[in-house]
Design a protein around this ligand. Structure first.
Ligand SMILES: O=C(COP(=O)(O)O)[C@H](O)[C@H](O)COP(=O)(O)O
Length: 317
């Protein structure tokens, strides 16, 4: 890694890589704060050296995990704040844009939660997959509105993020039933809404989220259960406006089975995709802080926010 990258940025990059820091919104917040630290601690002596240092820090963060578009969107937002012509001016630019980004992220999640809560009725049972702070913001807002919500929580193999969801729902006073992922169809009959988050939303309305989301959505559609995707606009993937596809992260196979056990069972090939793609036809609503959108129309919001495409300000000029 570039020696200009601050130790705290290296630490954040390592935490994202190992999933110590995980979830699209949390990752975005962490990288914005890491760039803030890089700027505050920089001892660059001229503006171009400062800019190059911030780009190096952004590249180190960008290289951690490829799927959650909130990560590059956060880097782009913070780096685009650099407009001054002196080191001290640039330093303040980054600090200001990073703070603004983190405040907007928190506000967006709260606003999204209120929109999502309006879709939930008193007494509803939801089914969740993985751990999504955007999705949980909808439940939290519904509970604050006085609605009784119950949840069937999928454990979400192999990393069991469903355990985090179960704990946070219990903290809200929401009764939780924890199930293995393969029991989802069995319990969909008791469910009023499937509620999931997103790592990216493509221009065609496809939703990229934790592996298993697409299978759940197909089962839910078959059972006539509505699927609500809670996704701040931070998750909209501008690159898909210009034909780019979303890179699905393949994680270490030892998350699924350790090497010794794999050999015991005949050394099968093991694959561990961390995310999958849910086509728009299986999604009923994408809930954002700007309101809810049928998946087919999310492209209008994307164009409004991102124009025709995106630059990569962390790239070396
Ligand atoms: O897929 C995951 C987490 O995957 P991982 O555990 O591999 O990071 C979450 O559903 C989204 O990131 C949305 O989360 P949020 O709503 O908190 O942004």
């Amino acid at each position: 890694m570039d020696e200009r990258v601050h130790p705290e940025v290296r630490h954040v990059a390592a935490d994202i890589d190992t999933m110590e820091v995980r979830g699209a919104a949390t990752i975005a917040d962490a990288v914005a704060r890491a760039l803030r630290t890089q700027a505050e601690e920089s001892d660059a002596t001229d503006p171009e050296a400062f800019r190059a240092e911030l780009r190096a820090a952004a590249r180190a963060l960008h290289e951690t995990r490829p799927t959650a578009v909130s990560l590059p969107n956060a880097l782009r937002y913070v780096l685009r704040g650099m407009s001054s012509t002196t080191v001290e001016g640039l330093r303040q630019d980054i600090v200001t844009s990073a703070d603004d980004f983190c405040q907007r992220l928190d506000r967006a999640q709260a606003d999204l939660g209120k929109v999502g809560a309006n879709r939930l009725r008193d007494g509803d049972v939801i089914m969740t997959h993985c751990h999504s702070t955007d999705a949980l913001a909808c439940v939290e807002a519904a509970v604050e509105q006085g609605k009784h919500i119950e949840a069937i929580v999928k454990e979400t193999r192999p990393r069991n993020q469903g355990h985090i969801t179960a704990e946070e729902l219990a903290d809200m006073g929401v009764p939780v039933t924890l199930i293995v992922d393969s029991a989802a169809r069995r319990y969909l009959n008791d469910v009023d809404h499937v509620l999931v988050g997103a790592d990216a939303v493509a221009a065609d309305g496809s939703v990229i989220n934790k592996i298993g989301t697409s299978g759940l959505a197909v089962n839910a559609r078959d059972r006539g259960t509505p699927i609500m995707v809670a996704s701040q606009t931070l998750k909209l993937h501008p690159g898909t406006l210009t034909g780019h596809t979303v890179d699905i992260e393949m994680r270490d196979t030892e998350e699924i089975i350790d090497e010794e056990r794999r050999e015991e069972i005949g050394s099968p090939k093991v694959v561990n995709p961390a995310f999958d793609v849910t086509p728009p036809r299986y999604v009923d609503a994408i809930v954002t802080e700007r309101g809810q959108f049928p998946p087919e129309s999310i492209v209008t919001l994307m164009r409004e926010l991102f124009g025709e495409g995106t630059s990569e300000p962390w790239a070396e000029p």
